[in-house]
Structures are given as C-alpha cells and as structure tokens.
Ligand binder design. Structure first.
Ligand SMILES: Nc1ncnc2c1ncn2[C@@H]1O[C@H](COP(=O)(O)OP(=O)(O)OP(=O)(O)O)[C@@H](O)[C@H]1O
Ligand SMILES: [Mg+2]
Length: 210
C-alpha cells in the first residue's frame, strides 16, 4: 500500500461532504491522483446496503443487524475500492470510516467496543488511515445545518442525546489517538475550517513530506 489514506469524521452536518470535496480538489491541484469516497455505500453492493441502513422504514432494526450491515459495506469498500487505489499509490479521501462505527454503534447505541473493534479489524483487513480529520461541532448546530439543507434520514431522526453521545465518542477516540486523529473546530466558516484541514493534510501528502 503505497498511497495515503485520509478519513473525515464527525456528526451529521459537521461538514464532512463539503470539506472532503474541497480536499479532493486540493489534492488533485497538487498533481496527485486522488479518489474521493464515502461510507456507507460507495460500491455497487454498498449502495444497496446504504439504502437499507438509511430507510426510515427500518427504524426498529436490531443494533447488531445494523452493525453487521456497516461492516459488510466496509469489507466491500476496502477490498474493491480503497486498497486497490492505495496499491496504485493514490491518495484516498474517505468520508466516514471505522471511527464512525465506534462513535455511532459503540458510543451512540452502546454496543460493546471490543466486539466492534474485533469485527472491524476483520472487515478492513489491515487498511487504516494515517490521518483522520475530526470535524467537531455541537450536535444541535450540526443537525440545524442539515435541516436547513432539507436532509432527513433514519439517523437524523434520532434524538439530540444520541448525537451528543456520538460527538463525545468521536472526541474520546481523538483523545486516545492524538497522533492520527486531529480535531478541527467545524463551527467556523467553511474557508477557515478548510485552511486548517489543508495544513494537516500537507503533513502527510507526498509534497508535504520533509
Ligand atoms: N463551516 C460551515 N459553515 C456553515 N455551513 C456549512 C459549513 N460546512 C457545511 N455547511 C453546510 O451544512 C450542511 C451540511 O454540510 P455537509 O453535508 O458537508 O455535512 P456532512 O458532515 O457531510 O453531513 P452528513 O453526515 O449528513 O452527510 C450543508 O448544507 C453545507 O453546505
Ligand atoms: Mg455528508
């Protein structure tokens, strides 16, 4: 795996899609080959899994079923898309990865963290980000951004307490892995957020290496 794997994490409305798209353009502007991708759902099988996961009709889905669907998506994503791109030496920017599973299914839903990390290790099969940008924002502020944008799916319908636990989960991961996970205050205007993200990326992108 010769490429660079960077993930973007945070609660709904934190700005992951916005910032990771800007990041893709930035990496491409440096003359590097970049793959912008996301979880769940950026493979053919993953798209069908995503439909099940986000469908409000499945509101009562068992948490373990939900967990295994996320892992099925990740296994497909890693093996079909992420690792092949890294093997080709490309920069892979991924909107959500393992930390989202730990934050949502572990901290949010209360599933056992060790079990979760064990299955995750099987699904991602050694692929691991060298940099994770945690876009941090207050849960209500993030949800407000999304409701303004007219987005509402099964996860956004969870109560604010759930999203607060998820945010705390992300921050707890960042505290335990400060080298990999960089917390960026995402409540600021997009340009200020991205300026900080760009500096963090420069440290791991080939041009930024001393
Ligand atoms: N820094 C910012 N300031 C103000 N608005 C923002 C900022 N970043 C993103 N937005 C807006 O907030 C909304 C949510 O942003 P975005 O879709 O990028 O979040 P997300 O983290 O990808 O959310 P989701 O988890 O639901 O996919 C969009 O309408 C976007 O234009
Ligand atoms: Mg998004």
């Amino acid at each position: 795996m010769r490429g660079v794997f960077i993930t973007f994490e945070g609660i709904e409305g934190a700005g992951k899609s916005t910032i990771s798209e800007m990041a893709s353009r930035y990496v491409a502007s440096k003359g590097l080959r970049v793959v912008g991708t996301y979880e769940p759902g950026d493979t053919a099988a993953g798209r069908e899994i995503r439909t099940i996961l986000l469908d409000p009709a499945h509101e009562g889905m068992h948490p373990l079923t939900e967990l295994l669907l996320y892992f099925a998506d990740r296994a497909e994503h890693v093996h079909r898309l992420i690792r092949p791109a890294l093997d080709r030496g490309e920069v892979v920017l991924c909107d959500r990865f393992t930390d989202s599973t730990v934050a949502y299914q572990g901290f949010g839903r209360g599933l056992d963290l060790k079990t979760l990390r064990d299955i995750d290790a099987v699904a991602r099969d050694g692929v691991w980000p060298e940099l994770t940008i945690l876009l941090d924002i207050d849960a209500r502020a993030g949800l407000k951004r999304n409701s303004r944008a007219g987005k509402r799916d099964r996860l956004e319908m969870e109560d604010t307490g759930f999203h607060e636990r998820v945010r705390e989960g992300f921050l707890s991961i960042a505290r335990s892995e400060p080298e990999r996970v960089k917390v960026v205050d995402a409540s600021r205007p997009v340009d200020a957020v991205f300026a900080e993200v760009r500096e963090l990326m420069d440290r791991v992108l080939p041009d930024g290496r001393a």
